[in-house]
Design a protein around this ligand. Structure first.
Ligand SMILES: Nc1nc2c(c(=O)[nH]1)N[C@H]1C(S)=C(S)[C@@H](COP(=O)(O)O)O[C@H]1N2
Ligand SMILES: [Mo]
Length: 165
């Protein structure tokens, strides 16, 4: 019995350590039409101003999501936001890619705080806890979307592209 308990404890510790490692080593790459391609760890994101958004999840219950604004992260990589978001830069779009191959698209104007009335959150925690396993280290919270299909989980890459007709 004692042996089983020890084995079980070791196994649980192993699982916890694994999850911790996964959370600290996952990185988010910002690439494409950017001045400075960047890679962020979860810890790096803590250098940005913390943002909290209270909004309903798919369960229709209010949740508190914490993270940083997607615009702030893109801005730090030198994406054409703010005063630079005019002329041909308005035809740029943002392709967000997840570990499972899921992809969603936003226009830069949807993300820019001077255009959009709501913040798109790059969330790192929900209800005071790190995102559940399977959601990855980062997910988007898009309060203005009535459908949650663009609340992409397990984000690994954010790529800025020029839409050329
Ligand atoms: N990586 C990834 N993110 C995803 C999806 C997916 O298949 N893969 N599905 C989307 C869809 S269609 C919905 S409705 C929401 C559901 O999120 P939830 O299960 O956390 O409520 O996640 C979105 N984010
Ligand atoms: Mo969905």
């Amino acid at each position: 019995m004692k042996k089983i308990t020890t084995l079980l404890t070791a196994f649980i510790l192993f699982l916890l350590a694994n999850q911790l490692l996964a959370q600290t080593t996952t990185t988010l790459s910002i690439e494409g039409e950017v001045l400075r391609p960047l890679k962020f760890s979860l810890q790096d994101l803590f250098h940005f101003p913390a943002v909290e958004i209270k909004t309903k999840d798919r369960d229709n219950k209010e949740h508190s999501f914490k993270g940083v604004s997607l615009a702030a992260v893109l801005d730090s990589a030198g994406v054409t936001l703010g005063k630079q978001l005019r002329g041909e830069n308005l035809s740029k779009y943002v392709l967000v890619k997840a570990a499972d191959g899921y992809e969603v698209v936003f226009s830069l104007a949807e993300i820019d705080p001077e255009f959009a009335s709501q913040t798109i959150l790059l969330a790192t925690s929900a209800d005071g806890k790190p995102l559940p396993a399977g959601e990855g280290s980062f997910r988007l919270v898009v309060p203005q979307d009535k459908k949650h299909a663009r609340w992409i989980r397990e984000i690994v890459t954010v790529k800025i592209l020029f839409s050329k007709d």
